[in-house]
Design a protein around this ligand. Structure first.
Ligand code: CP3
Length: 356
């Protein structure tokens, strides 16, 4: 049972409605830039945090309490369901995520499971129920999943990659195996998101972060159809969906055909251009450069104003960054940004600028 929401700006904007002001939330809003997050993190590893519903709920609530954003996002990671598919996963402080036994060919793909989400990742559903209790209807809760292509990049590369040469090599040498892998991930993601929806999320975002590394032809073959299948399968629940792609400038018209209610774009395009290319029924989310939060408050104010002016009069707009907030961001700058969007340009500026 879902409580009626006290603040439904975000959901109204997702549905393409005109709102009094744009709702605002920040990708990676609960993270290392917050000293309070570091405190929670001291208690356990990053994966331990994701798998302990009480701690995940605490982390999710931090930006609600400290920034006053208009939506909460489940604290977790896109690689959680991949581990459940049977891949050993590590997170290290310096290198981020890694899979010591990456997918190298057909045999590795054949060994992967389509896990039952509740028995393998039930802690996520529990976290969602716990978060909704704590939110008590203050703001909606966003669930999420990685998109099949982006998850496949980690599974094949085995670690963070700059050129995605291994997954692309598979694409150019053994496309059938890559398609089988993507198919299996898609089935996993559908069940995983169904579990999140049944546990009580109000909207979901699909992160296809690395699909921007593909040519339009390969995007249409190896990324888009799988996202479309996920979105189609979940339509029956009637909750809003968001698709994020980093570097989507050359893919925007295709991206829109995935069928999500919202497209989330990075800072490399101006929103005045985006709004010309996206049909009016589809909402737009973005797109401030996350590095602008490391600069001066004067320039941040200017940048936030520019982004909002580009969307002036366009219904269905959600303010966000073009990618995740950086760990070196001063909390005061994140707070300042949220009040600029919610209350306007005259809110008090933080005294000290960046940390450097
Ligand atoms: O937005 C939120 O606040 C919710 C939590 C969230 C995290 N990861 C927490 C996290 C979300 C939505 C993600 C998604 C995610 N994870 C993506 C897609 C979005 C994007 O940024 O492109 C990707 C590619 C990942 C994989 C991942 N997880 C990487 C590459 C890394 C290491 C690099 C980094 O930024 O730390 C992580 C770790 C991670 N995920 C942390 C957090 C808070 C830091 C872990 C720590 O505490 O040490």
């Amino acid at each position: 049972m879902q409580l009626p929401l006290k603040n439904d700006l975000f959901l109204r904007a997702c549905r393409g409605e005109k709102t009094e002001r744009p709702p605002v939330w920040i990708m990676r809003q609960a993270g290392r830039y917050m000293p309070e997050y570091q405190e929670i993190r001291k208690k356990t590893s990053f994966l331990g945090l994701c798998k302990t519903p009480d701690l995940a709920a605490q982390a999710t609530m931090l930006p609600i309490e400290m920034l006053g954003v208009d939506a909460a996002i489940l604290f977790s990671d896109i690689l959680i369901p991949v581990e459940a598919m049977g891949m050993e996963l590590h997170f290290s402080e310096h290198k981020g995520p890694s899979f010591p036994h990456p997918v190298q060919g057909r045999q590795d793909v054949d060994r992967l499971l389509v896990p039952d989400p509740v028995s393998h990742t039930g802690f996520v559903a529990e976290a969602i129920r716990e978060i909704n209790k704590r939110l008590a209807g203050r703001v909606p809760l966003i669930g999420f999943s990685g998109a099949p292509f982006t998850l496949a990049t980690y599974m094949v590369e085995g670690e963070i990659s700059k050129d995605f040469s291994r997954v692309k090599q598979m694409m150019f040498s053994d496309p059938a195996t890559l398609h089988t892998l993507l198919d299996r991930i898609t089935e996993t993601v559908i069940r995983y998101l169904e579990m999140q929806i049944e546990a009580g999320i109000h909207a979901y975002q699909i992160f296809d972060t690395w699909a921007g590394s593909l040519s339009p032809v390969h995007y249409r073959s190896f990324a888009l159809p799988y996202v479309r299948r996920i979105v189609d399968s979940l339509k029956r629940y009637g909750i809003p969906s968001i698709l994020y792609v980093n570097g989507s400038c050359s893919l925007l018209e295709d991206m829109v055909t995935a069928g999500t209610d919202v497209v989330s774009v990075d800072w490399r395009m101006s929103l005045s251009n985006v709004r010309e290319r996206v049909p009016p029924a589809i909402a737009i989310q973005g797109n401030l450069d996350p590095v602008s939060l490391l600069g001066s408050p004067e320039i941040l104010k200017e940048e936030a104003r520019r982004v909002m002016e580009e969307m002036e009069g366009r219904s269905g707009y959600i303010f966000n960054l073009g990618h995740g907030i950086l760990p070196s961001t001063p909390v005061s700058m994140a707070q300042y940004l949220v009040s600029l969007v919610q209350k306007g340009p005259d809110v008090p500026m933080p005294h000290h600028a960046g940390r450097r």
